[in-house]
Design a protein around this ligand. Structure first.
Ligand code: AMP
Length: 378
């Protein structure tokens, strides 16, 4: 790692691997603070690349592109977990990289992630690893049915997942995923799903944002509301566990932990080594948002205040909203407590995250109701 002194102050250039919406919001936050930004993403039309100072259009494994990024940046981060760990290692020989390759390598592979969590004493759904077809039956015996089969690598937003109710289902699903390494998880009767976004800096200082309560539809986040309906004990436990995970990973940067609430207890579902969709509420409802926090942690700055300024509901806008043309944005702009965020994506495919909006209200129930009715009316 380079020995550029910390903190890295405004005026310097920061880099990010990945140019999707998370990268775009990082670029916006960094620019607001006066940094210059370089984005590495092969897509010539990437949402972050389009608003960056420099867009290097190359593959994430392209050695020359990584060298170019490292040469112009004081520090580099990532917006997605599937960035090749080898690329982070290569970058880290030349410039500061956060989060580090070790942490990303664990959480980008569900099998490693689940084993790591269990090995560190964090409760998860019952699970078993499957590397070849001969292990399917024993795995199902461990988890019981129903269960959910998840590919270990490169799955996201419910992709690479199948619910299975029998040995035949499990075998067929494993086969349908191409026989790649998978995790089989027992099906959890969810009371709720919550997530905590946390930032941690080099000195081990941590700041958690208030837990969000999340509802998914077809495996994709649909609505988050904050405060979450959690007892004070569970809310504290979610924060404590998130900090403990970050400490054990020696994590530097922003990360999110998704939890299931079942039988009154928390089970860790997964860790994301980056800002998280369920943290988008912080853009309008917290003094510091998760992307500014990502800049601060990356630059070795003190972390900002994470207090909730207002109850809030966040709704995702997926590509299907565009099926009859551009949504009726006037309905959102007519509401003074609604904040719209669009990612500048041109092709509105079903399931693609195109934007989100936040509704602020003193009553979180009212915020959620207005958010859902506005979304349906778009
Ligand atoms: P994941 O990609 O693992 O976050 O899964 C996407 C969504 O599928 C979760 O947010 C849950 O709503 C649901 N899900 C995943 N795993 C399980 C499970 N073991 N039991 C019940 N629901 C699950």
């Amino acid at each position: 790692m380079s020995n550029k002194p910390l903190p890295i102050l405004p005026g310097q250039t920061l880099g990010i691997l990945g140019g999707g919406q998370l990268g775009r919001m990082f670029v916006t936050a960094a620019r607001t603070l006066g940094y210059r930004i370089a984005v590495l993403d092969p897509d010539p039309d990437s949402p972050a690349g389009r608003i960056a100072d420099l867009h290097i259009r190359a593959d994430y494994t392209d050695a020359a592109a990584l060298a170019q990024l490292a040469a112009c940046c004081a520090a580099v981060t990532t917006e997605f977990e599937n960035v090749p760990a080898a690329s982070l290692i290569a970058l880290a020989t030349r410039c500061r990289v956060a989060p580090g390759a070790d942490a990303v390598a664990i959480v980008q592979d569900r099998a490693r992630e689940k084993s790591w969590l269990a090995g560190h004493g964090f409760a998860t759904a019952p699970f078993a690893l499957i590397e070849d077809a001969t292990q399917v039956d024993a795995a199902l015996a461990t988890t019981g049915a129903p269960a959910v089969l998840k590919v270990a690598r490169l799955g996201y937003d419910g992709k690479g997942q199948a619910r299975v109710d029998s040995r035949e289902d499990a075998r067929a699903a494993f086969h349908a995923f191409g026989g790649v390494a998978c995790v089989l998880e027992g099906w959890v009767r969810l009371e709720r799903e919550v997530s905590v976004v946390l930032a941690r800096n080099d000195s081990g200082e941590c700041a958690c944002f208030p837990a969000a309560e999340n509802r998914h539809t077809n495996g994709i986040l649909d609505v988050s509301r904050v405060p979450a309906r959690l007892s004070p004990e569970l809310a504290r436990a979610a924060e404590t566990q998130t900090r403990a995970i970050a400490d054990a990973l020696a994590y530097v940067g922003v990360m999110a932990v998704e939890f299931f609430v079942a039988d009154g207890r928390l089970l860790v579902n997964e860790i994301a080594p980056r800002p998280h969709n369920s943290g988008h509420y912080t853009l309008d409802a917290c003094l510091t948002d998760q992307f500014e926090q990502q800049v601060r942690a990356l630059c070795g700055l003190p972390l900002g205040a994470t207090r909730l300024l207002s109850p809030v509901a966040m709704v995702n806008l997926l590509g299907e909203r565009w099926q009859h043309g551009e949504p009726a944005w006037g309905k959102l702009f007519a509401q003074p407590n609604v904040k719209l965020h669009l990612y500048g994506k041109t092709a509105a495919r079903p399931g693609r995250k195109m934007g989100h909006f936040n509704v602020l209200d003193a009553d979180v129930e009212a915020a959620q109701q207005l958010a859902e009715s506005l979304r349906d009316a778009l």
